[in-house]
Design a binder for this molecule. Structure first.
Ligand SMILES: *[C@@H]1O[C@H](CO)[C@@H](O)[C@H](O)[C@H]1NC(C)=O
Ligand SMILES: *[C@@H]1O[C@H](CO)[C@@H](O)[C@H](O)[C@H]1NC(C)=O
Ligand SMILES: *[C@@H]1O[C@H](CO)[C@@H](O)[C@H](O)[C@H]1NC(C)=O
Length: 253
């Protein structure tokens, strides 16, 4: 047996495995989910409307979707924000921003999950929303009213848009959402999981950002995609290959 050559081959194997383990899962980066209104792939959209305009350089939404995102009972989901009287504009702007992030962001790949729903094939789960974005949302909505804590289910849709079911009474937001975390995590069935990280940390997704400084969520997606690649046992043969190679090296030495 020729030890040096075998050792060289094994070192090569170790090197390949290590590279594989360290690379971010590129299929999680710069992608659009397969849902109701998303484009197949992100691209430039010069005409994005108002609050969705930060995503102009690279977006999963069309200009049409961005316009509709600013309307009540829009053609997107026929969702009625004013289901318990008029929602305060200061509150509504957070829901518009939430819609823009959901429809336009190409940086939610690490949190896309398959779902068995008639109106979409994929959803987002546990997106780490920056804590300040959630706190501000909750503060600004305290004076508005709602009748439910999960806005995905249980509405009365008979009139073509969502209305409160008879048994659900209207109360100020903090009755149904006692804390910022309750609001952000529960309203869309765990689409968000409020992060302990702050805006600008590079470790949480910002709903609001100034596009002049670029899109801060690109770095965040890359960070979590890398973390997932490193920890993904079922995904990568990398770690398995690595340990196998190291064991053989040790046996041969
Ligand atoms: C967006 O497209 C839909 C479907 O084609 C249409 O009904 C709607 O009027 C459009 N909205 C805007 C703002 O152009
Ligand atoms: C649903 O809404 C319709 C029209 O507003 C109303 O007549 C009906 O009683 C409601 N049903 C329930 C279960 O709330
Ligand atoms: C979040 O941060 C606060 C303050 O820095 C700390 O007290 C708390 O334990 C942290 N929570 C988690 C879940 O990491």
């Amino acid at each position: 047996m020729d030890f040096p050559v075998t050792t060289q081959l094994l070192l090569l194997l170790v090197w390949v495995a290590a590279i594989q383990a360290a690379l971010p899962r590129t299929e999680l980066l710069n992608v659009c989910m397969d849902a109701k209104h998303h484009k197949a792939k992100p691209s430039r959209e010069d005409k994005l409307h108002e609050q969705c305009s930060p995503w102009k350089k690279n977006a999963c939404c069309t200009a049409n979707t961005s316009q509709e995102a600013h309307k009540d009972i829009s053609y997107l989901y026929r969702f009625n924000w004013d289901h318990c009287g008029t929602m305060e504009p200061a509150c509504k702007r957070h829901f518009i921003q939430d819609t823009c992030l959901y429809e336009c962001s190409p940086n939610l790949g690490p949190w896309i999950r398959q779902v068995d729903q008639s109106w979409r094939k994929e959803r987002i789960l546990d997106v780490p929303l920056c804590k300040e974005d959630c706190e501000r949302w909750w503060e600004d909505c305290r004076t508005s009213y709602t009748c439910k804590s999960n806005w995905h289910k249980g509405w009365n849709w008979t009139s073509g848009y969502n209305q409160c079911p008879v048994e659900a009474a209207c109360h100020p937001f903090d009755f149904y959402f006692p804390t910022p975390t309750a609001l952000c995590n529960d309203i869309w069935t765990q689409s968000y999981k409020v992060s302990n990280y702050s805006r600008g940390s590079g470790r949480c997704i910002q709903m609001w950002f100034d596009p002049a400084q670029g899109n801060p969520n690109e770095e965040v997606a890359r960070f979590y995609a890398e973390a997932m690649a490193a920890g993904a046992v079922p995904h990568g043969t990398g770690p398995l290959l690595l340990s196998l190679a190291l064991m053989l090296l040790w046996l041969l030495s």
